[in-house]
Design a protein around this ligand. Structure first.
Ligand SMILES: Nc1ncnc2c1ncn2[C@@H]1O[C@H](COP(=O)(O)OP(=O)(O)OP(=O)(O)O)[C@@H](O)[C@H]1O
Ligand SMILES: [Mg+2]
Length: 240
């Protein structure tokens, strides 16, 4: 079953077609990578899929609902209940600590739970930094807070825009491991990346160029599910 269908989706800014007649289907539980040069429309596409923005033309069907026709209030609800977003720019709330940022996301979804929020931060290696403000965190640390925040409500659909862009190799593996386990637990994952190694983790890759799908590749996944101990099965229950 498809969790997502884009039908003839375009996003037009004046003369520029940031997305130019995109048709795409994503199956429930699939892990998809979106790649392509800077300016090719990746973030624009993620914003539309993530109900942050509407297409100029076309339909976006998420779980059977055409979200391109919904009010912004309904979109907020869908975003809150179904989707986990990891932004290219982190959008953390700057006067809240790492822990509070994660708990804020719980609050909007259901109920804040400090213990669970701490577990999510521990899973991304940030136990020691939980009480710091974003301005006191490095770029990679902020990115990991953003990931913990996206995962805390067990989203059916995880959208991640360059989730490892600011991370060193160790933290990149940590994040890929978390994605691997979420995938295993049934989440659908769409990840935008410039990093071929991150792209290789996906089951399918779509390459955008000038707002169009230039090519598409099904992949044999390389890496078996590993257990680095970072996210143990009991910690995973905090996510999936
Ligand atoms: N609000 C906007 N108004 C006008 N043009 C925009 C707007 N947002 C994006 N664009 C343009 O649309 C195109 C696609 O932008 P987008 O951010 O989707 O690229 P991207 O593939 O995510 O690039 P990057 O890899 O650098 O993040 C770019 O040419 C960009 O300048
Ligand atoms: Mg982008």
């Amino acid at each position: 079953m498809d969790i997502l269908t884009l039908k003839n989706v375009s996003k037009i800014y004046g003369e520029l077609k940031a997305l130019d007649n995109i048709n795409m289907r994503v199956e429930k539980g699939e892990w998809l990578a979106i790649m392509g040069p800077s300016g090719s429309g990746k973030t624009t596409m993620m914003n539309i899929i993530g109900c942050m923005d509407k297409p100029s033309v076309g339909e976006v069907i998420l779980n059977g609902t055409d979200v391109s026709r919904l009010s912004s209030r309904d979109l907020t609800e869908i975003r809150r209940d179904e989707i986990g977003l990891v932004f290219q720019q982190f959008h953390l709330i700057n006067y809240l600590t790492a822990l509070e940022n994660v708990m804020m996301s719980q609050y909007y979804h259901s109920m804040p739970d400090e213990e669970e929020a701490m577990e999510a931060l521990a899973a991304v290696g940030l136990s020691e930094r939980a009480r710091h403000l974003p301005s006191q965190l490095s770029g990679g640390e902020q990115q990991r807070v953003c990931i913990a925040r996206a995962l805390i409500n067990h989203p059916a659909l995880l959208l991640a825009d360059e989730p490892t862009g600011n991370l060193d190799e160790k933290n990149e593996y940590m994040v890929m491991d978390i994605f691997e386990k979420l995938h295993h637990a049934g989440s659908t994952i769409i990840v935008v990346t410039h990093d071929p190694e991150v792209g290789d983790e996906a089951e399918r890759m779509i390459v955008l160029e000038h707002g169009r799908i230039a090519r598409e590749e099904k992949k044999q996944r390389q890496r078996p599910v590993t257990d680095t101990g970072v996210l143990s099965e009991d910690k995973l229950s905090a996510f999936a």
